[in-house]
Design a protein around this ligand. Structure first.
Ligand code: AMP
Length: 253
């Protein structure tokens, strides 16, 4: 697909959210978007949280049990995480502390983002609920929401085939990205494991949480502006990417 390999320049600031069930390939789409539009960067709250858990920070210790149980991390924790990240990347500038911002959300505190195309970004995994979306709108208004849709049975099959090398994070997929020796990491030969949240039971819990929260989330944005939300359907990432690219090219390139 030559059009998907082309590098494109944005002429307007894109502030994009990817909404989709766990395992639908939001991370894959983020990576492809960053390659195609080098002005874009990405924040994946799941990755940030996993780093906190791995580094045993206080936030990570508080988030760990929720993540293991396939539950959403409580709102104040996740808002703290996202505000720290946005400030450290200079996507928002403020002299207020996170606690002060969270305490005054919706009471006239709005931080205007830069409209330079170089300040374009994707949020992956945040906001997940209408309340998070509302909080984000006060801090940083987004301008395009993609709703990625893949049938649940296809996602389940994909997840159950995914094996990880725990210490490096290398991921293998049975059937199309197999390890050289079944069940073993190519580089170290160590055994592969299934990530707790790749297990079907955990995944089904996460899916039902997603279904409960994503409807009000998408409605929140549709109510603000119907053309802000774009539904994209596909059975694989390769079916989804060209549709996303076309929409971004149309609006921001
Ligand atoms: P992900 O890798 O995006 O599927 O996230 C993994 C886990 O991190 C989720 O199951 C939640 O426990 C937690 N998490 C990530 N993003 C959020 C969010 N926006 N709000 C609450 N919890 C989150």
């Amino acid at each position: 697909m030559s059009s998907s390999n082309a590098i494109k320049k944005l002429s307007k600031a894109a502030r994009i959210i990817l909404v989709g069930a766990p395992g639908v390939g939001k991370g894959t789409q983020s990576n492809r978007l960053i390659t195609r539009y080098p002005q874009l960067s990405s924040i994946a709250t799941g990755d940030l949280l996993r780093d906190h858990v791995k580094n045993k920070t206080s936030l990570g210790q508080q988030a760990d049990a929720y993540m293991r149980g396939g539950k959403l991390v409580p709102e104040p924790l996740i808002l703290n995480l996202i505000l720290t990240e946005l400030t450290s990347r200079s996507w928002i500038t403020t002299d207020k502390s996170n606690d002060e911002i969270i305490a005054t959300l919706g009471k006239g505190t709005t931080i205007q983002p830069s409209e330079s195309p170089d300040c374009s970004f994707i949020l992956d995994g945040f906001p997940r609920t209408a309340t998070q979306a509302q909080a984000l709108t006060h801090v940083l208004p987004m301008n395009l929401i993609f709703h990625l849709m893949t049938p649940a049975e296809i996602v389940v099959k994909r997840m159950s085939n995914r094996w990880t090398h725990a210490s490096s994070g290398r991921v293998y997929n049975v059937g199309f990205n197999d390890p050289k020796e079944p069940g073993k990491d190519d580089v170290t030969g160590e055994p592969l494991v299934q990530r707790d949240d790749d297990k079907e039971e955990t995944w089904r819990r996460r899916l039902s949480t997603f279904e409960e929260t994503s409807v009000p989330l998408l409605n929140f944005y549709r109510d603000r502006s119907p053309d802000m939300v774009v539904d994209v359907q596909g059975n694989s990432s390769d079916e989804i990417s060209p549709q996303i690219f076309a929409e971004i090219d149309k609006r921001f390139a």
